[in-house]
Write a protein that binds this ligand. Structure first.
Ligand code: ATP
Ligand code: FE
Length: 332
C-alpha cells in the first residue's frame, strides 16, 4: 500500500493500523496457542513516530489492558531496534550500537535496558530515506524483479551488478568534523546530479533507466559505507578514551532496516576486525520494523521490573523523542 503511494501518508497509515490491529492481535494469540490469561503485560510503542499511528496502538493497548486487567509497558521504538539483537545473540551490556533505519541514523552506547548514551545522530536525513528517495528517482521499481523491494534492497541488488563501481565519484560527508554525527543530504544531491547528467547525455525519457544505474548504486553504497565506517571508528575511539566499553565487552550491534544491507555490514565487519570488536545484527526480519522487537523490549523490562504501568491515565504518545542522554557535544 505504501509502495503504491510512493511513501507513507499519515492518514492512510492510521486507517491501516486501525483495521489491522485487532485481527493481528487475535491471530497472533491463536497461532501462539495462548489466551489473554497467559499474558503478563502489554508492551506498546508510545514514542517516537507518526502521532496518528502511535495513538491507534496506544488506544488498543489501553482497551486490552482495561478489559483483561493487565499492566502496560511503554516502549521507545528506537530502543527496541537497538535491543532486539540480544534475543538472538549472547550480547552483554554495555555495547556500541549503530542504528541505521528509514528515519534515523545514530550511534549510542547501550548501558542497560533503559540506559543509553547518544554519541551522534544524523543532522539531516536517514540512510534508508536516502536509498528510498534515490531508488524512486532512478525508477528502479520499473525493473520487474525489483517491483516488490524497498528502495534500500533495490539499490543493494543493483549495486551488486555493477561493472564499473568506480565510475562515479561521491563525497565523504562531514569529512572535516571529528564528531559522530551523520549527513546524507549532500550525498543524495550528488547522486541525483550524476543521474540527471546521465539522463541528459543519453536523452532518457519517461520510464527508462540510465544504462549506468548499477554503477551509480554501487558508488552510493560505497560512499554510505565509508561515511558509516568513518563515524563508527570515531565512536570506538571515543569509547576507548572515556572507558565507556571495557576491552572484554567490545561489541558493535548494527540495527534498523539498513542493517540488512550486506555490503554495509561487511564494511563495518572489516572495521570491527581492525578494532577487535565483535559485530552482530538481528536477522533481516527483526532489522526492519516488527512487533517481536517491541515484545522483546517489554520482556526485558518485565524481567527487571522497569516501566510497568498500571495507572493507564499517565500514558501518552510522544511523536518526537530522542534516544537516551546526549553525549554529542562531548564527542566533538
Ligand atoms: P525508524 O525506525 O527510524 O522510525 P523505519 O521504522 O521506517 O524508521 P526500518 O523499518 O527500520 O525503518 O527500516 C526501513 C528502511 O530500511 C527503509 O528505508 C529501507 O529502504 C531500508 N532497507 C531495507 N532493506 C535494506 C537493504 N538491504 N539495504 C539498505 N536499506 C535497506
Ligand atoms: Fe523502525
Amino acid at each position: 500500500m505504501h509502495l503504491r503511494h510512493g511513501g507513507i501518508i499519515p492518514d492512510i497509515a492510521r486507517d491501516l493500523h486501525s483495521s489491522s490491529v485487532e485481527p493481528v492481535v487475535s491471530e497472533t494469540l491463536q497461532q501462539a496457542r495462548v489466551t489473554m490469561d497467559d499474558i503478563a503485560a502489554i508492551a506498546v510503542t508510545l514514542k517516537p513516530g507518526l502521532p496518528l499511528s502511535l495513538v491507534v496502538g496506544m488506544k488498543y493497548a489501553k482497551h486490552l489492558a482495561r478489559k483483561y486487567n493487565k499492566p502496560i509497558i511503554p516502549i521507545h521504538h528506537m530502543e527496541a531496534h537497538a535491543l532486539v539483537a540480544r534475543m538472538q545473540h549472547n550480547i552483554e551490556f554495555p555495547y556500541l550500537t549503530l542504528l541505521i533505519s528509514g528515519g534515523h541514523c545514530l550511534l549510542a552506547v547501550v548501558e542497560d535496558v533503559i540506559q543509553f548514551k547518544l554519541l551522534g545522530e544524523s543532522i539531516d536525513m536517514a540512510p534508508g530515506e536516502m536509498f528510498d528517495k534515490v531508488a524512486r528517482r532512478m525508477k528502479l521499481r520499473n525493473i520487474p524483479e525489483f517491483a516488490q523491494m524497498c528502495g534500500g534492497q533495490a539499490v543493494e541488488v543493483a549495486g551488486s551488478r555493477a561493472t564499473n563501481p568506480h565510475l562515479f565519484k561521491l563525497p565523504l560527508p562531514l569529512a572535516d568534523y571529528k564528531d559522530c554525527n551523520f549527513s546524507f543530504n549532500g550525498l543524495k544531491t550528488s547522486v541525483l546530479l550524476h543521474l540527471h547528467r546521465k539522463e541528459k547525455e543519453h536523452q532518457i525519457t519517461a520510464d527508462k533507466l540510465i544504462p549506468e544505474v548499477n554503477d551509480l548504486c554501487a558508488a552510493m553504497l560505497m560512499a554510505t559505507s565509508r561515511h558509516l565506517v568513518h563515524r563508527t571508528q570515531r565512536a570506538m575511539e571515543f569509547c576507548q578514551q572515556n572507558n565507556l566499553i571495557p576491552d572484554s565487552k567490545k561489541q558493535l550491534i548494527v540495527s534498523g532496516g539498513v542493517a540488512c544491507n550486506n555490503y554495509i555490514f561487511n564494511a563495518l565487519s572489516l572495521l570491527c576486525h581492525e578494532f577487535n570488536y565483535q559485530i552482530y545484527r538481528p536477522t533481516p526480519k527483526l532489522c526492519t520494523d516488527n512487533g517481536v522487537m517491541i515484545a522483546w523490549n517489554g520482556l526485558e523490562k518485565w524481567r527487571r521490573g522497569l516501566d510497568i504501568v498500571t495507572d493507564l491515565n499517565t500514558l501518552d504518545i510522544e511523536g518526537n523523542s530522542k534516544l537516551g542522554e546526549s553525549f554529542i557535544s562531548k564527542v566533538a
